[in-house]
Each structure stands twice: as structure tokens, then as C-alpha cells.
Ligand binder design. Structure first.
Ligand code: URA
Ligand code: CA
Length: 433
């Protein structure tokens, strides 16, 4: 086989065989295919798309390009949850202990931030001592002992995807549906879960700006999961405005803590209940979303979920004293308010731009080499549909620098105040096939 022939084929819109795709992924992983040829191939995929068979072949080849984790040492049905990306998405921090607290094992491998805000693993690292690196044995042992562990992805999980993602990032080929679907599902399949709940986001803060595209992507991923014998469900959720009120690593830990204590923002709590219910159903714990919700709400009300969170933090070496003393995590040197310049109703909070504002403060990475400043970030006081009076604070900015003009301007530009707002629905659809 010759790579140039495969590029030619894709360029003209013909279908590649499973053998051709796995050969290409293998050769690329071994650096036998140069980046310039793979770049041309990716761009052809961007324009020509891929058939179901091709996406499945690509997913399988990338999933098997490195370690495939064996979780059979953990009893019960292991359900994973994955979001296609958002701003201020605090759900995993709540879901992991919550779902574990009702007796469903959670063995979660998470990533660091890909875009402008920190990933789940970065957020957990805001807790002093919290260790996200553990051996596969300790990981399995932890889930068997206390029902939950959250760790960083092992370096050798779908390494072909890592190489391809880095190349896509610099060749303007990230936003291709077959490439996104295969990238995400290859990692999910390699992580060893029996079932997968996908949170496919849509809106300005998501890859899929349009709901119909998000549904299409969800269908592709659900099909890929089911073909790999992992029961998969996708929830299409809104990410036109950030989820919850906190954006930033420590701030999101505290927001998760609020939800586990029975409070927290309504949209975050609702998201957690919707995704958690699907996880319980896939795990075979219940057969209905109503019963699932009830179980989850009880676990929060009784304090069981919060206790599981404490157990999880301590099991991973973290200092849990912030649970009683949240101010321990408030480490930013400065707090600034952002007063509204006019009265009216909030019509828009442009999620991705607000994510960039948090990144500029240091809550996310500009480049892979950057380190994260855990204490900084934003607390949104107004969401779409809320009424504001001139002078009222829209946002509290937590910063370690006094020089925040750029951040303030960016926030003003992306928090729109008008006469009338259309509140976006939080959940657009649930896709099961
Ligand atoms: N997340 C991934 O892991 N891969 C993509 O291609 C997009 C989002
Ligand atoms: Ca949040």
C-alpha cells in the first residue's frame, strides 16, 4: 500500500477498506507516514467525510494503537461519562462521587484541558495533595474498595489519536465530525468501560455550534459505541452559555461541593441529575429516569454523596479539609467586580469567549507547556434571562494580577444586555440509537 494512493482515493470520495485504514494508522504511529501526507488525508476527510464503515475502522485502529484497559477486575457494570467539551463544565466533579454513592462503580479516566479551560483532571489537582496518577492495579483496587477513582489518561491510551489530534490542531481539521467521533470513541473504548454516557454539547462553547450537527455527531458516536459492544447513550446539552456559575479550577471544585451539599446552580444540578440518571440506567441499577433521579436526589439530601466525595479525595491523597473550610481553596490575591453598564435582561453569555477570559487569568493553558493557576477564575452572577440593574455586578473576577483590563473588556463584549431574552433549553435531546 502507498499513502499517496489512499489520499487520492479519499480526495475523490471513494471508500477506504478497514485494512487500508488500519495500515495507515499503524504506519503513521511508527512515523513511516510523514505529517504532510497525513495532513493531506485529514483535509480530504474534512471535505469528503467518511462512511460509517470507515469511521468504525478508524476508531478501532486508534483504540488498539496502545493499551486497552481491562476493568474486568472491578465487579459490576462500569459506566463512563464523557463530555465533548464545554466552559465551566463541573459535572464530572459531582457525578463521580454521586453515582458511586448509590452503588454504581465509577472508574473514570479523564483528560487535561484541550481548549482554553482546564480539564477535569486539572480541576481535581486544585485540591492539595490530590493524586491523579495511579497504577492500573491501584486504580482497580480503589474502585473495588470505595466505588470510585478518577485518574489521568495513561500516556499509552490511544496514542495514534494523540498524534492525529496534535496534527489536526495545526491543520484546521479538528472540526470534522468523523474525526471528532473517532477521536473521542477510540479513547472511550480503550479505557475499558462497559457502557458510556456521552454529553454532546452544542452552542458557542462547543465544537458543534448547531443542534442538528450535534445530533448527527451523537448518532455517529452512539453507533460506534454499540458496534464495540459498549452500550452508549448521548445527551445533547446546551453550551451556548457556560454551565453553572463558576469557571476556574478551585472555584469549580467549590461549586461541585455546593451541589453535593444540596445547593449550587440549578442548571449544573439539573445536568448532573440527567446524566447521572442515564448512567444508573446503563449500569442496570434502575430502569427509569424517574427512579434514578430519586435515588440521586436522596443521595445528595442524605449527605451520602458528600461523604463519598470526601472518601474519594482522601483515597487519592487529597487534603479534605476544604470540605468544612471552603475558603482554603480561595487562593486568588484579588477580587474585582464587573458592574453592568446598562439595565435590562441578559440576552447572551458567549461561552467560548468567557472561557478565553478565564484562560487569560490563568485558569487554562494558552499552550500545552503552560501551567495552570488553580485559584483564579470567574463567578457569573447573571445568566441568560436574568434581570440586571445598572451598576450591579455581573461577574466576580478572581485574579492574581491587578492588570485585568483585557479580561474586563472581553467580558463586557460577551455579556449582552438587552430587552428580551430567549432562554436556551438545557437539554435538547437524548439519543439512544
Ligand atoms: N475531544 C476529543 O477527544 N477529540 C476531538 O477530536 C474533539 C474533542
Ligand atoms: Ca461551572
Amino acid at each position: 500500500m502507498r499513502m499517496v494512493e489512499l489520499i487520492e482515493k479519499k480526495k475523490l470520495g471513494s471508500e477506504l477498506s478497514k485494512e487500508e485504514i488500519s495500515w495507515m494508522i499503524e504506519q503513521y504511529s511508527q512515523k513511516e507516514i510523514p505529517d504532510y501526507q497525513m495532513s493531506a488525508f485529514l483535509m480530504s476527510v474534512y471535505f469528503q467525510g467518511m462512511t460509517d464503515e470507515e469511521v468504525n475502522g478508524l476508531t478501532f485502529a486508534m483504540a488498539h494503537s496502545g493499551d486497552v484497559i481491562d476493568l474486568s477486575g472491578i465487579e459490576g457494570i462500569k459506566v463512563d461519562k464523557h463530555s465533548t467539551g464545554g466552559v465551566g463544565d463541573t459535572t464530572t466533579l459531582v457525578l463521580a462521587p454521586l453515582v458511586a454513592s448509590v452503588g454504581v462503580p465509577v472508574a473514570k479516566m479523564s483528560g487535561r484541558g484541550l481548549g482554553h479551560t482546564g480539564g477535569t483532571i486539572d480541576k481535581f489537582e486544585a485540591i492539595k495533595g490530590f493524586d491523579v496518577e495511579m497504577s492500573e492495579e491501584k486504580f482497580i483496587q480503589s474502585v473495588n474498595d470505595i466505588g470510585v477513582a478518577v485518574v489521568g489518561q495513561s500516556a499509552n491510551l490511544a496514542p495514534a489519536d494523540k498524534l492525529l489530534y496534535a496534527l489536526r490542531d495545526v491543520t484546521a481539521t479538528v472540526d470534522s465530525m468523523p474525526l471528532i467521533a473517532s477521536s473521542i470513541m477510540s479513547k472511550k473504548i480503550a479505557s475499558g468501560a462497559d457502557a458510556i454516557v456521552l454529553d454532546v454539547t452544542t452552542g458557542e462553547g462547543a465544537f458543534m455550534k448547531d443542534v442538528e450537527d450535534a445530533k448527527k455527531l451523537a448518532h455517529i458516536m452512539v453507533r460506534l459505541g454499540n458496534l464495540a459492544k459498549r452500550k452508549t447513550v448521548a445527551v445533547i446539552s446546551d453550551m451556548s452559555q457556560p454551565l453553572g456559575e463558576a469557571i476556574g479550577n478551585s472555584l469549580e471544585i467549590l461549586e461541585a461541593l455546593d451541589v453535593l451539599k444540596g445547593g449550587g446552580p440549578d442548571d449544573l444540578r439539573e445536568m448532573v441529575l440527567v446524566l447521572g440518571s442515564q448512567m444508573l440506567i446503563l449500569a442496570g441499577k434502575t430502569t427509569s429516569t424517574e427512579v434514578s433521579r430519586q435515588l440521586l436526589e436522596e443521595a445528595i439530601a442524605s449527605g451520602k454523596a458528600l461523604e463519598k466525595f470526601r472518601e474519594m479525595v482522601e483515597n487519592q491523597g487529597g487534603d479534605s479539609s476544604f470540605i468544612e473550610s471552603p475558603e482554603l481553596l480561595m487562593t486568588a490575591n484579588y477580587q474585582f467586580e464587573l458592574p453592568a453598564k446598562t439595565s435590562g435582561v441578559v440576552t447572551k453569555l458567549v461561552a467560548d469567549k468567557i472561557g478565553v477570559a478565564a484562560m487569560l487569568l490563568g485558569a487554562g493553558r494558552k499552550t500545552k507547556e503552560d501551567s495552570i493557576d488553580f485559584g483564579v477564575g470567574l463567578i457569573l452572577h447573571k445568566k441568560v434571562g436574568d434581570i440586571v440593574e445598572v451598576g450591579e455586578s455581573l461577574v466576580t473576577i478572581y485574579s492574581n494580577s491587578e492588570n485585568i483590563e483585557e479580561v474586563k473588556n472581553l467580558l463586557y463584549e460577551n455579556i449582552k444586555i438587552g430587552d428580551k431574552a430567549v432562554e436556551p433549553p438545557l437539554i435538547h435531546a437524548v439519543i439512544t440509537d
